[in-house]
Design a binder for this molecule. Structure first.
Ligand SMILES: Nc1ncnc2c1ncn2[C@@H]1O[C@H](COP(=O)(O)OP(=O)(O)O)[C@@H](O)[C@H]1O
Ligand SMILES: [Mg+2]
Length: 344
């Protein structure tokens, strides 16, 4: 990638006690790119999105937005410091000097991580807006549509009634709602309309990036395409960068430039969208793909669903590049096999 990524997620870990909801996930998104993140329910997609907008103090790793570190965890530093201290015992004077130097350096980096994590300004984070999976749960039932959409502008310090009016009415129009809708409450709307309100609330902030967390999963199939089209139009008009989260590949297929596949907190495959559909390599991705119904009934009749049978990972498992831009989580010894499959 020639351009500096807009978002860079580096070795992100988010642990909830013993549960490793996100475990060493790395990816980056270029300006204007749509990055699809897919995987079954519970694999850590929402946690990844919430970590990016700093709803958690992440356990480990770093998140960079426009070259600025906006979140950083410390577990890795603390572990390495503890390990170096352990090795100090019984070490020779020479080894101890090297270990002390290492500890000092880890401490320095840990302090920098804490400093960066704490000193991020709120207005940087509002450049990233989230659209939620469940428009009913994410819209305050006691607020009018107007106030829901205006809230972020007011928090940002906008108090000019006329300016807010024109922003809110303009956005309502843009997402396919009307001025008359502004003074009603969320429960008066259909599912699709509610999600339009969710989209309006996000884009009114004029963000650079949108995290759309399964924005159509709760909607009727007939409505899904309308909301996807709206997002697609807005992204083009506003030059948005999008992290699009979904639990199945059919939704992200036409919308994403690249796709990352998550399984149990880890990224198991990452590739340009076309490449992923043409040459899915990881068995889990193949299983996900086999679950997509085909539009042609003749083919659909013969579609064979593959069930993923988890197998133990190689000791040295990591996301490894097989062909240009196509990564699979595997051990070094598995690379030649994947390479043959990719070129088949
Ligand atoms: N705040 C939390 N506290 C504890 N566990 C959580 C929390 N949020 C998510 N989890 C757990 O983390 C895992 C990943 O959840 P999530 O990121 O919501 O998955 P997905 O969005 O892919 O369905 C699940 O096992 C979930 O139960
Ligand atoms: Mg989720």
């Amino acid at each position: 990638m020639a351009t500096e990524p807009l978002l860079r997620v580096e070795h992100l870990c988010q642990y909830f006690g013993p549960l490793h909801a996100v475990d060493d996930v790395s990816f980056s998104i270029a300006p204007g790119e749509v990055f699809g993140l897919v995987g079954e329910s519970g694999c850590g997609k929402t946690t990844t999105g919430r970590s990016i907008i700093r709803l958690y103090d992440i356990t480990d790793g770093s998140i960079w937005f426009k070259g600025q570190r906006i979140a950083a965890g410390t577990l890795g530093y603390r572990r390495r410091i503890a390990e170096a201290r352990r090795r100090m015992r019984g070490a020779s004077a020479e080894e101890r000097a090297a270990l002390s130097a290492q500890i000092a350096e880890e401490r320095r980096q840990l302090r920098a991580a804490v400093h960066d994590h704490r000193s991020v300004r709120k207005d940087v984070i509002t450049r990233i807006q989230m659209i939620y999976q469940d428009p009913i749960a994410s819209l305050d039932p006691r607020m009018t549509v107007y106030d829901i959409i205006a809230e972020g502008l007011r928090i940002r310090g906008q108090h000019d009634k006329q300016a807010i009016d024109s922003r809110v009415y303009g956005i309502l129009d843009r997402v396919g709602l009307t001025r008359e809708h502004a003074h009603r409450y969320p429960h008066e709307f259909s599912g699709g309309q509610r999600q339009r309100i969710g989209v309006a609330r996000a884009v009114v902030m004029d963000p650079e990036m949108i995290i759309a967390d399964e924005p159509v999963s709760a909607l009727d199939v007939s409505i899904q395409a309308q909301v996807i089209n709206l997002l697609s139009d807005l992204r083009r008009e506003m030059g948005l960068t999008v992290l699009f989260i979904a639990h199945d590949l059919s939704v992200v297929k036409y919308f994403s430039d690249r796709i990352g596949v998550m399984y149990f907190g880890r990224l198991v495959e990452l590739a340009p969208a076309d490449e992923l559909f043409l040459h899915p390599l990881h068995p889990y991705t193949r299983a996900l793909l086999s679950a997509i119904p085909l539009p042609d009934p003749l083919y659909e009749r013969d579609r064979r669903r593959i069930v993923y049978e988890p197998r133990p990972e190689a000791e040295d498992a990591a996301l490894r590049e097989i062909t240009g831009g196509h990564f699979v989580r595997c051990g070094a010894a598995e690379v030649p096999g994947y390479l043959r499959e990719a070129e088949a």
